[in-house]
Design a protein around this ligand. Sequence first.
Ligand code: ZN
Length: 430
Amino acid sequence: MRLSDSLTRRKQELPPPPGPIGMYFCGPTVYQRIHVGNARPYVFSLWLRRWLHEGGYDVKLVENITDINDKIYEAAARKGIRSDELARAATRWYVEDTDALGLGRPDVEPLATESLPEIVALIEDLVARGLAYESGGDVYFRVSAFPDYGVLSGADPDAMIAQEPSELKEDARDFALWKATKPHEDTAWDSPWGRGRPGWHIECSAMAEKHLGRAFDVHGGGLDLRFPHHENELAQSRGAGREFARTWAHNGMLRLDETKMSKSVGNVLPLRDVLERWGREALLLFFLGAHYRNWIDFSEEAMDAAAAEAERFRNAFREQERASGPSREWNDFVAVLEDDFATQKALAILHEWRSSGRLDLLRRGLGIFGLETLVHDEEPPPELVALARSREEARARGDFGEADRIRDDIAKRGWEIRDLPNGFRLVRVR
Ligand code: ZN
């Protein structure tokens, strides 16, 4: 199995099965309902775990929840509530919304608030090594003491703009590991440098090590995190003598085409609204159609097309199509996924199996991506079956007006009657 690595700019081979494989993905900062774009790294990480399990790997997937962050203090202040209350509520929303994707959960979902001893210990280690210094109750990473700074994002450290200007820094490029508590902040923890709270970057370095050890295989997250977040994680952990992540697998971002979005959708797209409108299968097929590293354009048209695609897969099983034609085999499907997880190529093979009636292969392939729900037709509720029977009776006595009225009534509830030579079938259409 090979994955593109942002650090070496080459594909890296994972160790052979059973591994074990440790994976750390950066999760959300919890202060509001998550955006549909936040679902992409979540979906990618869970698909990758499923695929590695399929290949006989022993996998541990850690995906953190950032519940200490400036954005949480700011959002809580705007709402006039405590920041820890907001973080707890938003953590519940995140779990609820990502549960609705139907892909299961990561093996460990650590919270920053539960990782303070490890975070403080890592900062102390960096101070002891001369890679960090205390200044006015804050602690900063000394970028000039880590010659490899910039290696991940490829940016020239001298050209980098200051990350949060402060007079307490020795050098504008330095970044905070620990921040002294401020009057408007309602949560703080004790440390050797006084009351305060950790910076975002050190939270991830400490949580990855706590759950995966000093070296692990894959570090994921959105491409927007490569600098400064991941550059800083790498500097902290490698500076402290850890090997840290061997492969950095970044996913591309979602681009919203605002001209194609209606007012009702707007440019803020909570995941749960997208799932409610188009369904989880449409969103998963939308993600499947692009390579994980690429940018992807989100629009209503693209989601409508993905929903239609889901329907084509469902129809293949409903009609038990027995068309025949050439198609590739399971080994071909394995080959495209083993080569940098090319899901867009895997999707093309799924369509070949659909159109050539290879339903056993199609069922197995869809299952890898949590799309086994496209295989089984939903049982119609008994009251709809009773309605459909009364339509049969109306037709039998020649009351076609009544029969049409019942058909429309059933359609309004999201089902369609398909007439068969000896009866009918109810099919869910939305
Ligand atoms: Zn992170």
